[in-house]
Design a protein around this ligand. Structure first.
Ligand SMILES: Cc1cc2nc3c(=O)[nH]c(=O)nc-3n(C[C@H](O)[C@H](O)[C@H](O)COP(=O)(O)O)c2cc1C
Length: 197
């Protein structure tokens, strides 16, 4: 972690959580369940995202335990309706069913823009994205690892319809880590920041 000598300890904790969140592959999750109270804390963090005009353009469906079997079936239907070359393959569809069971918890990122919203779509998508990041940071703070999954199946209209959502920005899957998450990299500030004179 980078040290900021002038940053108070509580602030440093927040900065450390932001820095230590990592995108983790589904194979690196422990199979054990995530307690409901932990998931509720994560969802509450999501709902405290900024939202222009407080449109709160989100709905989250949480899949844990047995309900993941239904989610896997939805993934398989979405895959079959997609454009992958092997969309008719039973093996490929079975892989989609199994995929849902590989993470202990899935949270959908459903975009529900109120008809009264005066804001452009991108702002509503940005608000839901802020909610997603809040949830992944809360998960990190609570000792979980996660990934925002946004592949074709995750944002498919078939998947959205099964959830009763107008649109989907994907899912966050979560679980306790089975080992060390691989670290990530970022370009230095010198490449990404201009200090205006
Ligand atoms: C909108 C969005 C969608 C993403 N979708 C995927 C995805 O479908 N599959 C994936 O492996 N990672 C996905 N990611 C995670 C990125 O791959 C990840 O953030 C990047 O590799 C950097 O790793 P880090 O998050 O550990 O720093 C997504 C991230 C964002 C912001």
């Amino acid at each position: 972690m980078t040290d900021f000598p002038t940053v108070p300890a509580e602030a440093q904790t927040v900065l450390d959580v932001i820095r230590s969140r990592r995108t983790v592959d589904i194979t690196l999750l422990r199979p054990g369940p995530v307690p409901r109270g932990v998931l509720e804390a994560i969802l509450i963090a999501g709902t405290w995202a900024p939202t222009h005009g407080r449109t709160q353009p989100w709905h989250f469906t949480v899949f844990t335990g047995e309900s993941r079997t239904r989610l896997g079936e939805v993934f398989a239907q979405a895959y079959a309706a997609g454009s992958a070359q092997d969309r008719d393959s039973e093996t490929a569809l079975a892989a989609q069913r199994v995929r849902a069971l590989k993470a202990p918890a899935w949270i959908s990122l459903e975009l529900h823009v109120p008809s009264t919203s005066k804001f452009p779509l991108w702002e509503e998508q940005a608000a839901l994205s802020c909610a997603a990041q809040n949830m992944m940071l809360a998960a990190t703070a609570l000792g979980l690892v996660s990934k925002w999954a946004s592949g074709a199946v995750m944002v498919s209209q078939v998947t959205a319809a099964a959830l009763g959502a107008p649109a989907l920005l994907g899912f966050i899957y979560l679980g306790y880590p089975a080992g060390e998450a691989p670290d990530s990299t970022r370009a230095p500030l010198s490449e990404k920041v201009t200090w205006a004179q």
